[in-house]
Design a protein around this ligand. Sequence first.
Ligand code: GLC
Length: 497
Amino acid sequence: MASHRAWTSPGSLGVDAIWLSPFYPSPMADFGYDVADYCDVAPEYGTLADFDELLAQAHRRGIRVLVDFVPNHTSDRHPWFVASRSSREDPRRDWYVWRDPKPDGSPPNNWRSIFRAVGGAWTFDHPTGQYYLHSFLPQQPDLDWWNPEVRAAMHDVLRFWLDRGVDGFRIDVAHKMARDPELRDNPAELAQGDVAGIQRRDEDWPEVHVILREFRRLLDAYGDRMAVGEVGIYDPERLVRYFGEAQDELQLAFNFAFLVQPWRAVAFRKSVDRYEQLLPAGAWPTYTLSNHDNPRARSRYADGDDAGAVRRARVAAMLLLTLRGTPFLYYGEEIGQADGEVPADRVVDRDGRDPERTPMQWDAGPGAGFTSGDPWLPIGSEARAVNVAAQRDDPRSMLSLYRRLTWFRRRSVALREGSYRPVGRAPGVFAYLREAGTERLLVALNFGHAPAELRGGDHGLPRSGTLEISTDPDRGAGSVPLSSLELGPDEGVVIRL
Ligand code: GLC
């Protein structure tokens, strides 16, 4: 087994790749997701030369870099939209989705913005007398992907970054690009949200798979490059279609199922089992606990009990890093950072996502080691206590647990590539085997606040195994009986069989 030293050497989180959210010039109406120039770096972040340097430095360390590709919409300040808006006759007019009002002056259909605070997805443009479509803010007009000129221009954007050497893309709202070309109303049943079996007309239209196959061909022409799609679809049957019938669309698609599960073993087990069953042969799973649009584990599982939330966040980390598939970690999770408190006069996001976007907490100094300037969101109030510097050399810390898990995973072929098989249904416990060749690991996670027991004998497990990692820093290493495996409250373990 690896020495403990490797786990605690500074900076050794074992990251394989980083995904950068948009850093392009933007009026920041949606914090970079309103792009005004796809092929440059916003001056507040630096220059293209800085980007090249970042890429070179990451590659030197064996870290791949994905950039965020935002194809569904541009900023309303993007020169394409400025031209499109200028007149009905402009050659760029039909790069976006413009329609006449209904005879009574109302919007062309009943589509809604994804941001509830925005309401309808259409904004009327007085000078040209038509509405334009925006699936998000009015400052984010939707491109019309039925238009071949749009496709060609966006392929050029992909080539621009691929030629600079990026390893791939995170594709923003990858399911949204294609919609009903006739712009018919969404069925009334969908007013409160998705209903299984009822096709929405404002997203996930079959043509999206054609668009993604075109992206894939472009990526494949460059060799070892990839895309992970933000497919905001919670129905796993529809989600898995984004790999493509011939595995010729997205290499990875975010699986957001964990973001909406209640903290119950049975909910997580069912979610994993169903996804595993539906994944087409050769498709690779992904899991994530949080991102810039969703609360972090410690905040999501808080339930008014912070000490318990920290323990649950440790179990969640073990879950994420021991399942079959690519884990995506949001910054701050590795130190158990809670979402920040953002006072009313500092709120900037219209969709309530400021708390999960407060700066990374590196140290206890001013600016939390993140900045010497004035960040656009306040530093989390507990940054003096919860930060990388405070946790780096503490073997009990969340950071040490993350390191142990990431390094263990890097060295374990069973965790990296092995099969997944759920084990038993002990109340409150989610347990599974990960196996490859001669390596067999049992992962058992107690989602409850009371001690729990897994009776291994009932499931054909050997009489004992060796504890590799526990989320409980006080649990001693060594041999553990599996005929009756005792788990502490909110404890997860990895056991070698
Ligand atoms: C995605 C991004 C989100 C953004 C939206 C519009 O969901 O993750 O942050 O607001 O797309 O681009």
